[in-house]
Design a protein around this ligand. Structure first.
Ligand code: F6P
Length: 463
């Protein structure tokens, strides 16, 4: 029997994670990552239902029923401890994640993980099919759920089905490594519209469908044997620009920014990195580049500091543990070698912060350093630009992020080239006020014209 929701968002995570407090009670905390930041405002406008995982195992969460939180209608999907291991940590984050990010780390292929991926995708699809009203729109998100579109279509051919991939879609040669490449492509072809961050991703997808599934393609359209047409198209995602501007301009954020600067000893230059602690983000080479600039005498720890916020992420996946050890060791060595009493070269925070604190940090930072080896978009770069209400501040940005296509006026860098990164950070540090204003004004203009509502509206209109 069909349900009542006219828009169903299907994403691996709910916008909130369940957390257990020391006294045994439970509460909800905003979950990490760009997907949640992007979709939350969309949900508010469209009054949809959001299906997702509450971030803890079913054994820990118990039986969770649909609930309302802050005006959002949330439908939890349970994952057992085995499924968290096989579907989430395994196939999603140790197979697909590194494969789709240019094999920055080596992907692992395990048949049990794949089976878990199929089973969990089916659970999401069945729930979406139950909740959707006749003729409703189901919008499926990201690499964890690529089989869901075809599964939903099989159950409910009356629905409009969209899929959006928040991470890069890899070149055909890399995707070809996947033992289940054809199943994934067929899963995605269940959608009417498959959205990517960049047109390159859409091209890779269409080329693969032709190569591996053998369907006829024409430009960005795939013609299926049953007459259905699936379109692949780029929709660069964004943030809620007005909300960030308002937050950044609030008295309490301004006050907090002043406090942070004072706590740092009112330095002349503050550099900032904010990332999930992920090996794709290029945290290691960025800190090395900065430390060499300090060692070479271009920055002085008495009047400069690099704040690196690393949000804990996927901590049970081996590559993430190794990364944490590497970054811990590097920060320790840099501060040990270059810091002085009361003046660390790097102020390192392994923690997650609310948006208010992030906005204050963005206001404090003279130079924002965003250097992923590969990133679908990178919303941190967009958040920084949105928060620079005085059109000042410098953005150093990896050319391998989706955001680089829009922020042409950033100091663009290749994160594999440490000397190039050093030169860009230095150029940003020495830029005149006029130059900073010219660059930031252009980036802010671009951002304002492409906020998250525009992204969602264009996707839904195309669907
Ligand atoms: O944007 C990519 C993404 O994997 C999202 O799908 C996800 O919500 C976010 O990063 C954070 O990752 P995770 O849900 O694994 O903590």
């Amino acid at each position: 029997m069909p349900g009542h929701a006219n828009l169903v968002i299907v994403a691996n995570r709910l916008p909130v994670d369940q957390v257990r407090e020391p006294d045994g009670s439970t509460s909800w905390r905003r979950s990490p990552g760009g997907l949640v930041s992007a979709l939350e405002p969309v949900m508010r406008i469209h009054d949809g239902a959001w299906i997702g995982w509450p971030g803890v195992t079913s054994e820990q969460a118990g039986d969770l029923q649909p609930f309302q939180l802050d005006g959002l209608s949330l439908v939890p999907i349970g994952l057992s401890a085995d499924e968290v291991e096989g579907f989430y940590e395994g196939f999603s984050n140790a197979t697909l994640w590194p494969l789709y990010h240019d094999v920055v780390a080596k992907p692992e292929f395990h048949r049990e993980w794949w089976e878990s991926y199929v089973a969990v995708n089916r659970r999401f699809a069945e729930r979406a099919a139950e909740l959707a009203a006749p003729g409703a729109t189901v919008w499926v998100h990201d690499y964890q759920l690529q089989l869901v579109p075809a599964m939903v279509r099989e159950l409910r051919p009356d629905l409009k089905i969209g899929f959006f991939l928040h991470i890069p879609f890899p070149p055909t040669e890399l995707f070809g490594q996947l033992p289940w490449r054809r199943q994934i492509l067929e899963g995605l072809l269940g959608a009417d519209l498959v959205g990517f961050q960049l047109s390159g991703g859409a091209h890779n997808f269409v080329r693969l469908v032709k190569q591996r599934v053998g369907h006829h393609t024409e430009g960005n359209d795939v013609h299926l044997p049953d007459g259905r047409v699936v379109r692949a198209q780029a929709f660069p995602i964004s943030i809620d620009v007005a909300a960030f501007e308002e937050l950044a301009g609030s008295e309490s954020v301004e006050q907090r920014a002043t406090e942070i600067r004072a706590a740092l000893g009112n330095p002349r230059k503050v550099l900032l990195g904010i990332d999930r602690l992920d090996y794709t983000k290029g945290i290691y080479p960025r800190l090395r580049a900065y430390s060499e600039l300090v060692a070479d005498g271009h920055f002085d720890v008495h009047d400069s500091v690099f704040i690196q916020v690393a949000t804990p992420s996927r901590e049970r996946v081996e590559q993430y543990r190794l990364l944490r050890d590497d970054v811990d060791r590097l920060v320790g060595r840099i501060n040990g070698d270059l810091g002085e009493i009361g003046y660390p070269a790097i102020s390192y925070l392994h923690s997650s912060y609310p948006q208010h604190e992030m906005a204050a940090l963005y206001r404090v930072a003279d130079i924002m350093v965003v250097t992923p080896y590969r990133d679908g978009m990178n919303l941190v770069a967009k958040e920084y630009v949105a928060c620079r209400l005085d059109d000042d501040g410098a953005l150093v940005l990896s050319e391998f992020t989706g955001a680089a296509a829009e922020f042409r006026q950033a100091w663009q860098v290749n994160p594999y080239d440490i000397d190039g990164m050093k030169a860009a950070i230095l150029a940003a540090a020495n830029a005149t006020e006029d130059e900073l204003t010219r660059r930031m004004t252009a980036m802010r203009r671009n951002l304002r014209g492409n906020d998250v509502n525009h992204w969602a509206a264009s996707f839904l209109a195309a669907l």
